[in-house]
Design a protein around this ligand. Structure first.
Ligand code: CA
Length: 485
């Protein structure tokens, strides 16, 4: 071989080396909506709505049927996702701003060489960027957030500390900004984007197109709509999130027709609620479609992990409720769909129990970064093979704190694949459900003699989990003040 060839081969080898030594790390897009129940997505079997673009994501990826949150409410769930820790350790049990000096997954990914962005609803503070540690996003190369809950129409957004009023519908705007973030990124780095919608949060203001499409829509009534809470704790009765008693004129965008009362009024309120809620979801679905098309056109689909989830589930009339908070299924469960063409077989479904606590470790694992020992979740990457590791969790720990809004009594509990035990500790009342026989959670079997053994073993498991996750009742007596708007 002559010298010229030798040099050429050497050059080729040196250029090829980094490709072999360091496979291209995937981009990660984390799409999260606010209050989008899994049972308002058609691929989850919804009878309420068709969501073709979310269904496309599920068809091309993996849909998780048992994704749960550890504290079913906006601000706390977001802190769990960013920190990989339960509320009692990340310091955000209620609507209080996050201590943004603590380690967060965004900071770990940034340190691992990712270009990081946070766009849309943050809801962990950041309303007063002049105050240090005000809860504004940290660990992000670029951020542009709604202040507090944000507005559906012509929203103000805070871009890296600067307030700007934008024109248009929030769901469209947040998608546009997310695509801009990707277009403007440095292409020599993988990116991590948190693309967070405000929709379909209360008070459910749809885009005009879908408001009109849904104005005569008659939603099917859920099976547990007329739950009278007989045999249950006082928590459901005391809660102020009932369809009939608590949906107000702002929620229904006007007063009910004169003369309506009782069951007819309840049905009217439910119908108005569902029309607007589903119309908001329809815009989300459209925008997910637009975003997926954009990834295709940019040539990014193949090496980008796309996740779709919500900060928690939501009641769509079940148990006469709207809102979330309770450990009951509709609120505890959140949608979770992930597409990663290189690693996930299209159209797969996982029944393994995953938690929002697992998201941060999962991002780090996918990025090839070390998962800090103090994160409490577990990477779900092994589940992408379609198999469940033998030592995967078979129970989960839940704890809700907020005493104020909607008057839902604080509670904690454990859910296994078959049972759910809930302790409303301030009321000193228990509930136990057999999810196999009673998936609608209508019959509290806690006090039935035949439940004694189950109660005993679940109480043990509850204490074990509480200990494992270092819940020493840190916030049992004194909660931080709500300050995130
Ligand atoms: Ca929420």
């Amino acid at each position: 071989m002559n010298t010229k060839y030798r040099i050429a081969l050497l050059v080729l080898f040196l250029f090829a080396l980094p490709t072999f030594a360091q496979p291209t790390r995937p981009n990660i897009v984390f799409i999260m909506t606010d209050d989008h129940a899994a049972h308002a997505i058609s691929s989850y079997g919804s009878k309420l709505i068709k969501t073709p673009h979310l269904d496309r994501l599920a068809r091309e990826g993996m849909r998780f049927e048992n994704a749960f949150v550890t504290n079913s409410i906006c601000t706390p769930s977001r802190a769990v996702i960013l920190s990989g820790k339960y509320s009692h350790l990340n310091g955000v049990p209620v609507f209080n701003h996050i201590d943004n000096t603590q380690p967060l997954v965004s900071k770990y990914l940034q340190a691992a060489g990712y270009h990081t962005g946070m766009i849309g609803k943050w809801h962990l503070g950041g309303n007063n960027p002049n105050r240090p540690n005000d809860g504004s996003p940290t660990g992000f190369d670029y951020w542009n957030i709604l202040p507090g809950q944000g507005a559906y129409f012509d929203p103000v957004m805070i871009e890296m500390g600067q307030r700007k009023k934008l024109t248009g519908y929030a769901t469209d705007i947040i998608t546009d900004l997310s695509m801009d973030f990707i277009k403007k990124r440095p292409t020599d780095k993988p990116f991590f984007l948190m693309y967070h919608h405000k929709a379909p949060h209360r008070n459910w203001q749809p885009a005009e197109k879908y408001r009109k499409q849904y104005e005569n829509y008659e939603p099917p009534i859920p099976a547990t709509f007329d739950d009278d809470y007989k045999g249950k704790s006082d928590a459901s009765r005391n809660a102020t999130m009932h369809i009939d008693a608590d949906l107000n004129d702002t929620d229904t965008k006007g007063k009910p027709p004169a003369g309506l009362s009782g069951a007819a009024l309840k049905k009217w309120k439910f119908t108005r609620y569902m029309q607007d809620y589903l119309a908001c979801v329809q815009s989300v679905d459209d925008n997910i479609g637009r975003f997926l098309d954009f990834l295709d056109q940019s040539g990014l689909a193949e090496n980008t992990i796309v996740i779709y989830t919500s900060d928690q589930g939501f009641f769509l009339g079940e148990h006469n409720f709207y809102d979330k908070r309770f450990m009951y299924e509709e609120s505890l469960r959140t949608p979770f769909i992930v597409r990663w063409p290189k690693r996930i077989k299209a159209g797969s479904v996982s029944k393994s129990m995953i938690l929002n606590l697992d998201f941060a470790p999962t991002f780090l694992d996918a990025a090839g970064a070390k998962i800090p020992a103090d994160m409490q979740g577990r990477s779900i990457l092994p589940l992408f093979t379609g198999k469940t590791p033998r030592d995967w969790r078979t129970s989960m720990y839940y704890r809700y704190y907020h005493p104020g809004h909607h008057n839902v009594a604080a509670h904690y509990g454990v859910r296994t694949s078959r049972y759910k035990l809930i302790y409303f500790h301030k009321l000193n009342q228990w509930e136990l459900y057999d999810l196999q026989k009673d998936p609608g959670e209508m019959r509290n079997i806690y006090s039935e003699p035949s439940s004694a053994k189950t109660v005993e073993s679940l109480k043990k498991e509850l204490q074990r989990l509480k200990k494992e996750f270092k819940d020493d009742d840190q916030f049992a007596d004194k909660l931080p003040a709500d300050d995130v708007g």
